[in-house]
Design a protein around this ligand. Structure first.
Ligand SMILES: Nc1ncnc2c1ncn2[C@@H]1O[C@H](COP(=O)(O)OP(=O)(O)OP(=O)(O)O)[C@@H](O)[C@H]1O
Ligand SMILES: [Mg+2]
Length: 606
């Protein structure tokens, strides 16, 4: 298809704005052009995070020498033959990308149509500096060098090479996911980063580009609503991540970052995931071209839907359908009225004993609320926590048993959270307090306690480490490894001793002692995600709550673990002396109480 200059009235309708902001945006345009040229293989190589050099070679249709000259002009495209900007079938349509890149870098484009000779042109920051015959196989090769090299005001807004490289990798991954029929490879600074073969099926391509385990932890989606189709793979709620970056969304084969779609995904998983956890998924929405407008954003990353509510319904419906069929139904929620009868801790948590019940043990055993940090808890630490249980302290442990109560618990009055009577669903501790019934979410509560312990340890000069018997190798994508590597010294202060182990792995030698040896892989993966959300300028200390909370989550008693009565009581006792223990790290209550009076009301006795 030959290239033509767009007529004025069409140019004026194209969403104006900056096309190239950073190497990743230039790379995106070049790979999109290769896809539009019907390439079967696309070879990308980068140097210096793409700031130094970006090269994209394809085996697509190529351009004749005349077209090559036009391709570098503004508003010249082969992709809108019918002036119909409302029905775009290609990724490009504006004729803006190549001239925009050529105006802020040195761009060489070589191209050859099958059966003809090749031709090359070089434009340096908007000026044609050379052209002539070129020898290359049929297809096109574009080299972009020294991006923003002559625009210092723009160059200084670029981030580190490492960040720019991470953004480039993300771009290639998303486009490669959109087109499993095409082969892609990516090299950075001479190293092969990614390589996928042409002709893969979608699930295979998605798992090749995300995580190997994703295939085993995801569901295939195939759902139709009206004229729209939703396909792809969605991660099980348990296969979640700390950031939403692992959500790959496509509309008619175009990678998009669209708020409507992201909101719909969130809604579909809402009651299956904690608020700060995100599913991993790759979703492909396909609908007739006239039902979306792709001409809304200069970087073509957003689209506008004619029927937004229908699209939301498609996504929520399709995901719920698949998730429910997989037996991951949402937990039934108690009604608001029923919940209203339960007393929750005040927002300050530990300060919530206002119903006339003061924890007697403070008076008996000394430690005042304000001095908790320096005084050891008078109660045995839970066996999973740091330190050991001394016999002397164990004497204070109430003697409750996980059996039906036959007599009033001896010590209930002394303990605001009561004595443990048993465990429900291996998730909640049921305790009997002097004035009512207490339910504790064991995971949420313990997570909070671990976080508070970590904070104390940090304040007192660092967190003790515990060496792993066998160092553990954790595989991560390269940007994730880079982020962890950049923080090695700071992580060591928090008790996590790691080393870089090749391009895509981290070696973990020691973990914070108070976490115990748990899910090391999950911890490191989540930390990498957490770091991705950081501003590079911030130190871990400034974000200690986030990092410590991520660690605490991994060091906590999971829901689903059977606890002994001693363990349950130890947890209750520690909650009573730990500030903020009434809320978990995500802001939900860790315990609720139904007072005797409320129980009587429930049974109509009052
Ligand atoms: N790799 C390629 N192979 C073949 N033709 C290409 C290639 N890259 C660009 N072209 C031709 O050059 C033209 C201009 O490319 P450019 O990226 O500037 O604009 P576009 O793709 O038409 O629209 P957009 O600005 O939205 O990307 C294209 O329309 C296409 O005809
Ligand atoms: Mg283009």
């Amino acid at each position: 298809m030959s290239i033509r200059r767009l007529p004025e009235q069409l140019v004026n309708r194209i969403a104006a704005g900056e096309v190239v902001e950073r190497p990743a945006s230039a790379l995106k345009e070049l790979v999109e052009n290769a896809i539009d040229a019907d390439a079967a293989r696309i070879v990308v190589s980068l140097a210096g995070g793409g700031i130094g050099r970006i090269e994209v070679a394809d085996d697509g249709c190529g351009m004749a020498p005349d077209d090559l000259a036009l391709a570098l002009e503004r508003h010249a495209t082969s992709k809108l033959p019918g002036d119909d900007i409302d029905r775009v079938e290609t990724l490009g349509f504006r004729g803006e990308a190549l001239p925009s890149i050529a105006s802020i870098a040195r761009l060489t484009i070589e191209s050859r149509v099958r059966g003809a000779d090749g031709w090359a042109r070089t434009v340096d920051n908007g000026r044609l500096v050379g052209e002539g015959p070129a020898a290359l196989p049929p297809g096109t090769r574009v080299v972009v060098e020294d991006l923003f090299g002559k625009v210092p005001a723009r160059r200084k807004f670029l981030r580190t090479e490492r960040s720019e490289y991470a953004a480039c990798l993300d771009v290639v991954k998303r486009l490669a996911m959109a087109r499993p029929d095409i082969g892609f490879s990516l090299d950075h600074d001479g190293r092969r980063i990614l390589s996928v073969q042409p002709g893969e099926d979608r699930p295979a391509r998605v798992s090749a580009l995300t995580a190997r385990e994703f295939a085993d932890n995801s569901l295939a989606i195939d759902y139709v609503r009206g004229s729209a189709h939703l396909g792809g793979v969605a991660g099980l709620p348990t296969f979640n991540r700390g950031i939403a970056d692992h959500q790959y969304l496509f509309v008619n084969g175009r990678p998009v970052k669209d708020r409507l779609l992201i909101g719909a995904v969130r809604a579909a998983y809402q009651d299956l995931l904690a608020r700060d956890r995100h599913p991993v998924l790759a979703l492909f929405v396909d609908l007739p071209g006239d039902e979306i407008d792709v001409n809304v954003h200069p970087a073509k990353t957003e689209v506008r839907f004619k029927d937004p509510a229908g699209i939301r319904g498609l996504i929520v419906g399709g995901l719920r359908h698949a998730l429910d069929a997989a037996g991951h139904r949402s937990a039934q929620r108690p009604s608001a009225a029923a919940l209203g009868n339960w007393i929750s801790p005040s927002p300050q948590g530990g300060e919530g004993w206002s119903e006339g019940v003061r924890p007697r043990q403070y008076a008996l055993h000394g430690p005042s609320r304000s001095s908790y940090a320096d005084t050891p808890s008078p109660y045995p630490s839970p066996p999973w926590a740091e330190g050991t249980v001394s016999d002397h302290h164990a004497a204070y442990s109430p003697a409750a048993r996980a059996e039906p109560a036959t007599a009033p618990p001896p010590d209930a009055a002394a303990f605001p959270l009561g004595v443990a009577r048993g465990q429900v669903a291996a998730t909640y501790i049921v305790a009997e307090a002097e004035d009512g019934l207490v339910l504790v979410d064991q995971h949420a509560a313990h997570e909070r306690l671990v976080l508070e312990r970590m904070r104390r340890a940090m304040a007192n000069g660092g967190v003790a480490r515990q060496a792993l018997l066998l160092p553990e190798v954790v595989e991560l994508d390269e940007p994730g490894c880079d982020r962890i590597e950049a923080r090695i010294a700071e992580l060591a202060e928090m008790g996590l001793e790691v080393e870089r182990f090749g391009p895509r792995a981290i070696l973990v030698r020691a973990t914070p002692a108070l976490l115990g040896a748990g899910d090391v892989k999950g911890l490191v993966t989540d930390l990498a995600d957490e770091l991705a959300a950081f501003d590079e300028a911030l130190s871990l200390k400034e974000r200690i709550d986030h990092v410590a909370a991520t660690m605490a989550c991994h060091g906590s008693v999971r829901a689903g673990r059977i606890l002994s009565v001693v363990e349950m009581n130890a947890l209750l006792r520690e909650m009573e002396v730990t500030p903020h223990s009434g809320q978990c790290n995500h802001g939900r209550p860790t315990w609720v109480k139904l007072a005797h009076g409320d129980i009587e009301k429930l049974f109509g006795r009052k």
